[in-house]
Each structure stands twice: as C-alpha cells, then as structure tokens.
Design a protein around this ligand. Structure first.
Ligand SMILES: Nc1nc2c(ncn2[C@@H]2O[C@H](COP(=O)(O)OP(=O)(O)OP(=O)(O)O)[C@@H](O)[C@H]2O)c(=O)[nH]1
Ligand SMILES: [Mg+2]
Length: 403
C-alpha cells in the first residue's frame, strides 16, 4: 500500500467500522430476542451436556465482537480495501482473523521489520543494509533459497536506482509474495475448495502434534458452514484419544465421524467404511485424520500409501488432496519434515499451523520455495474459527506490517 492508497483506505476503514457497528447492534438485538425464547430449552440442554476440556472447544462458538476503532481495525480494513473488497461484504470475522494474523506474526515481525526499519532509518538501501536484511530473513526462517532469491533481486534493483527504506519494504513484499504464489499458480488452483458433484477426499498428514486433528476440526466447521456435505474419517487408530478428540470437533460443526474403536483397527479399513458412507450420503468432502506416530514396526508412509490405494480403488473419480500439516513454530525442523514427507508421500498442498505467537512464520516462504507446495490454509489459534484459506497478500502484509 502506498501513501495515497493508505489515506483512501483509512477513510474506507472508518466507513466500514461505522457500518459494522450498526450491523452488530442490530444483530445483538435480534440475538437477544432469540436468546430469551430459547433460554428455558437451553438450560435443560446444558445440564445434559458435558463440556469438553479440549482447548478451543467450549460448546458455544464465540462470535467475535467488534472492538475499538483502533490501529488493529484500521490495518485489517485497509488490507481488505487494498484487495478491492466491497465495504458491504466485509465481516467482523474477517477483521477478527486479520487482527489475529497480524498479532500472531508479531514475533516474526519484531525481529525483522522493526529491526530493519531501525537499521535503514530514512536512508536509501545500501549493499550493507542488504547484508543485514539477509541475516534477518534467515533468522525469520525464510530459508536460504528464498533469501538468496530476494536479496539478488534487491541487489539488481539497487544497481539500477536509488531505493528508499519504504520502497525497499514494498519491493520486498512483492518478492516474497511472488515466491509464495509460485506453487499456487503452478497448481492451477488459486483457492482450494471442494468440487461440487464429486467426492473430494482431503487427507491430513504430518508428524505428531503439528495440529492435524485440530485443523481437521476447523476444516469440518468451515466446510459445513459453506454448505458442503461433510464427513470425517478417524483414521488415526493408534492414539487412544484421537477418536474422542475428533468426535468433539465433529459435534461442534454437526459433522459425523466414522471410526472404529477397537484396538489396533486398520486405518485403511476405517477409510474404506467412510467412503461407503460418503457415497451413500452423497458427501461432498470427506476429511481424513491420520496418525502422526505409529508403532515402530509400522511405517507412517506405508500406512498413508495403503490409505491412498483404498481410495484410488474404491473411488477412482474422487478428487484427492494430501495436505501436509506443518507447525510453524518448528521452523527449519518443520521444513525438514516437509522435505521427507514430500519425497515419500504424494503431497498436493500444505497447511501451516500455530502461526500465533511464533517468531518463525517465515518458514511458510521456505515451504513454498524449497518444497514447492502450495499453502492452502493457515491456522493461528486453537479456536474453531482460527483457520482460513491462505491468502498470500494478507500473509505478507501481516508479516511485514510496520507497527
Ligand atoms: N496455538 C495454537 N495451537 C494449535 C494450533 N493448531 C493446533 N494447536 C494445538 O496443538 C496441539 C496438538 O494438536 P493436534 O491437533 O492434536 O495435533 P495432531 O497433529 O493431530 O497430533 P497427533 O494426533 O498426536 O499426531 C493441541 O494442543 C492443539 O490445540 C494453532 O493454530 N495455534
Ligand atoms: Mg491427531
């Protein structure tokens, strides 16, 4: 965003705020009415229901509240405006998400933009400041290849013209976005959504603890909310609590979970059953949770291959996505995992989780450049709404926001 754009969209932000405030008041009044009517029924219901202690899974889905007309709101609205969003179409959810994303990337940014701007001051970029930038990019886990690419583009630009600090940041944003967008463009699909009229099967794979099950829960919510008929297959049969954890997520979004609770059940058999149910019920999207760890005698990759084989055999027409879930806070370690998975499993995309509060958000760049995987979703929190389709513009703006 340049200065004139900024002024215009600041004005836009103020209008958007007023509109959302009004809408929120109306919604509140409407909700209150409904609330009073339901109160008696709910009381009885609540007594029956046990609240889960899994983080982010209280029984009611908290709607975000419109906060102050502050810097967070203005920044988020400006990012939406810069993408040509219509003022009547934006929602508190979008503002809330962008605020979360920017906050989440604060640690990555702190050791990066703030330091970079401090070093640059108002002076034009010099070859020395490029050395500083190189160090900062590496430290943010952007990866050697992406860093080399960006620095050499900047060096070429410096040879041709004088580049001021702010212009340098804008150029940097453009270069980073190009890197992230490349695998997305190559995939031919800008936004991953289930294809209507077909069975879509999304496998969530990755090592233990990266957030596969949580991400699947959030995807189930997103999918059913968008009116896709959704089903979950609990193919992590290794971890005892996995089915229970998924059932809680399924309940939250009214999505059924197909599982086999017997000990050492075969994951491929669970997928087999789930496909049968999916066909019977005309399901649009089948989400498959897989194990992050198995008994030593079993190999994770073999297991995944077996699951895929079952899918290919039973529903050759299905659109299958193998999505690698990566925990951003693991930085370069996560990148190593991605590389080894990419070698053995036939991956089609990545989902980056835990972008809230990590200083290693830059690893997303390394995944795009070095593993060549399109990033499809990002997670920044444990709540059901803390996952959104990946948007490279928003990501880069949040990573390099100057406050
Ligand atoms: N802060 C934060 N925590 C997250 C996010 N996604 C997942 N988590 C947390 O990470 C932990 C592990 O998440 P799971 O979804 O169980 O991970 P998993 O990959 O399914 O783990 P295994 O089934 O053991 O392989 C949980 O405590 C989640 O709440 C996120 O975006 N932000
Ligand atoms: Mg799990």
């Amino acid at each position: 965003m340049n200065n004139t754009d900024s002024d215009n969209s600041r004005e836009w932000a103020a209008q958007a705020y007023a509109l959302l405030k009004k809408r929120q008041e109306e919604q509140k009044q409407e909700l209150q009415k409904q609330e009073e009517q339901k109160q008696e029924l709910q009381k009885q219901e609540e007594q029956k229901q046990e609240l889960s202690d899994i983080p982010g899974q209280s029984k009611t889905i908290a709607e975000p509240e419109l906060g102050e007309f502050d810097d967070n709101f203005t920044w988020s609205a400006m990012v939406l405006a810069a993408q040509g969003k219509n003022i009547n179409q934006i929602s508190i959810d979008e503002i809330d998400w962008l605020t979360k994303l920017r906050r989440g990337l604060e640690e990555t940014r702190k050791g990066f933009v703030t330091e970079l701007l401090d070093k640059l001051g108002d002076d034009p970029l010099t070859p020395e400041s490029l050395d500083d930038l190189e160090t900062l990019l590496i430290r943010a886990d952007v990866g050697i290849d992406s860093t080399d690419k960006v620095i050499s583009s900047l060096r070429t630009k410096l040879n041709e013209e004088v580049v001021g600090g702010e212009a340098g940041i804008e150029f940097l944003k453009k270069e980073l976005k190009l890197i992230i967008d490349k695998p997305i463009k190559n995939s031919g699909t800008d936004l991953l959504v289930p294809q209507k009229g077909k069975l879509n099967v999304w496998l969530l794979v990755g090592v233990n603890g990266v957030g596969k099950t949580t991400t699947l829960g959030k995807l189930a919510y997103l999918s059913s909310k968008s009116n896709y008929k959704t089903l979950i297959a609990a193919a992590d049969t290794f971890r005892a609590a996995a089915v229970e954890q998924l059932t809680v997520w399924g309940d939250r979004s009214n999505v059924e979970v197909i599982s086999n609770k017997s000990k050492n059940a075969d994951p491929a058999a669970v997928v087999f059953d789930a496909i049968n149910s999916a066909i019977k019920r005309n399901v649009d999207l089948l989400l498959v949770d897989t194990a992050g760890r198995l008994q030593t005698k079993n190999n994770l990759m073999d297991e995944l291959a077996k699951i895929k084989k079952i899918i290919d055999k039973k529903v050759p027409d299905a659109i299958v996505e193998s999505l690698l879930v990566l925990d951003a806070s693991q930085g370069q370690n996560g990148l190593k995992q991605a590389k080894s998975f990419a070698k053995s499993a036939d991956l089609s995309g990545a989902i980056i989780t835990k972008l809230d509060g990590t200083s290693r958000g830059g690893v997303s760049l390394a995944v795009s450049e070095e593993v060549n995987l399109p990033i499809r979703f990002i997670g920044a929190g444990e709540g059901i709404k803390d996952l959104r389709p990946f948007n490279s513009y928003e990501f880069v703006e949040a990573m390099l926001a100057d406050k």
